[in-house]
Every structure is written in C-alpha cells, then in structure tokens.
Design a protein around this ligand. Sequence first.
Ligand code: C2E
Ligand code: CA
Ligand code: CA
Ligand code: CA
Length: 277
Amino acid sequence: SQPSHEVGVVMYSPQIDSSSEASLSLLTELRAAVAQDQLRLYLQPKIAMASGEVVGAEALVRWQHPQRGMIPPMQFIPFAEQTGFIRELTGWMIERCSMRYAELQRQGVELKFAINLSTRDLLDQHLPTKMERLFARGGVQPQALCLEITESAIMDDPARALQTLQRLHAMGLRLSIDDFGTGYSSLAYLKRLPLHELKIDRSFVMAMETDRADLKIVRSTIDLAHNLGLTVCAEGVENAQTWALLKALHCDEAQGYLMGKPMPEADFADWLLDWTA
Ligand code: C2E
Ligand code: CA
Ligand code: CA
Ligand code: CA
C-alpha cells in the first residue's frame, strides 16, 4: 500500500498566501523537516521497454511528519515553490540521490537518477555551480543524472531557463521535459533546448486503450520525440495492455505501478533483485 495516500490533511491550499500566519508556520515546519531529517527519498523504476531492463529511477520526495504521518509532495511542493524553499529541498534531493547512487554502485548497480526541478530552481543562477561542487566531491557524476523539467517551469522565463539548461547540458547532465503535453509551450522554443527525453504525462497514458484521442496524442508524441532525436518515456503504466500498446508504438521507456510504485530508497536494491530474477 502507498502510505502517502493515507493522509487526509491538506497542508497547502492556494488560499495560503506567503504573508499569512498559516504560511509562516508551514515554512517553519518545512525548515525543521530538513533540519530534523524528516524528508524521505522515494525511488520509482524507469524500464527500457525493448529489453525489460531497469535503466533508471525517478527521485520523489515524501515528508515523514512526526504527527501527520507521510505527506505526499503535492501537499507541500507548491508551497515550497511559492516561498523559494524549494531550492533547499532540491539541494537535499540531489545530496540524497548522490549518496544512494554511491551506495547502489557499491552493490554493483549502475542506474541513472531523475530529479524534478521547479521554476525557482531554473531561475537560480547558482544551481550549475552548486552541482559542480557536488560532483567535485565524488559520488554521483553528471552523466548519471537526468533533470525533469515541466514546460511551464521553462516558459516562466524562457531566456533565463535556456541559459541555465545550456550550462547544465554542457556539464553533461541529461534534460527531460516532464508532463509533456499538459503545459503551454511552443515547439519552436522547445527545439532550441538541449533535450534528451520527453515524458508523456500519465493523464494521456492511463486511458489510452479506451480513449482514441489519448491514443492519438501518445502516438504523435512518440513520433515527435523520435523525429527530434529524443528518447520518450511514458508514465502511469498501470496494466499489461498499456504496456503492450506502448511497446507496439516504439515507446522507449516506461514508468508506472505495473512495474513498480515509488518505494523508500533503502528498498530499491531488493526490488531490483526481484525484477531481475
Ligand atoms: P511527477 O514528476 O509527474 O511524478 C510522477 C508522479 O506519478 C508521482 O507522484 C508518482 O507516484 C505517480 N505515479 C507513477 N506511476 C504511476 C501510476 O502508474 N499510476 C498513478 N496513478 N500514478 C503514478 P508523487 O510522488 O505523488 O509526485 C507528484 C508530483 O510531485 C511529481 O509529479 C512532481 O511534480 C512533484 N515532486 C515530487 N517530488 C519532487 C521533488 O523532489 N522536487 C520537485 N520539484 N517536485 C517533486
Ligand atoms: Ca517527474
Ligand atoms: Ca511527470
Ligand atoms: Ca506530474
């Protein structure tokens, strides 16, 4: 079962403006969460469809709250973005991923890690430098990291995003467009970005066996990605029919509950053994 879905408390609502008292206390709690080690790294496998091999894992954050239990990201990520706290959270994620990467490597496992970036991260001109510092310390190398970025995060300030993304690309990191098709972006703009992958949003994937419009969207996204020389990953694969359909459409990679739910980072190595067995 997914502990994250058992929490009914809504931490964040758009009504919480960043000057209110509720907001101040949430920010205080978030700071404490990092200081007191309450954030958790969950990993969800990404599978190469042709070979069935695990090629990577997406890093997803959870908040193990001492009173409220496991809190899913949608209840605090938007707030963290609004307040700028997301930069600290992203920093924490990259550190954690780097440590887990090294641990898995010691066990003989070599995987790519995908990390989600938000608008604020892209506007942070120090991000590439922070990453360089991390790589200099050893652990994970840039080639092993993929950064997932939504269209809306890029379109917030396209010129600045392009600058940051070009620097990250030059360092050797892979770049992926997350939730492709759900945001507003111009293809004319996207084609200028040094991209490696498109991820098809799960809202298109989950009903593609029955919804003809969704099927067409998925098919044309796969074709578009391939025509642009990009790898394509479908998320939200929950059943074998969807898997088979995506494979027939030559989708490169897949992610979803059918293969593996996001799991605590410490469980990943065991899951991998089961998968390979
Ligand atoms: P996302 O980047 O689109 O991540 C995929 C979400 O889809 C995850 O939800 C994952 O659990 C869920 N998912 C994966 N496979 C399936 C499936 O087969 N069926 C269904 N129904 N769902 C599936 P999660 O972990 O709740 O994350 C939600 C969003 O929170 C993420 O969406 C991402 O935008 C954001 N997020 C999570 N962790 C971080 C983080 O560290 N930093 C930032 N900036 N955002 C994060
Ligand atoms: Ca993502
Ligand atoms: Ca996504
Ligand atoms: Ca999403």
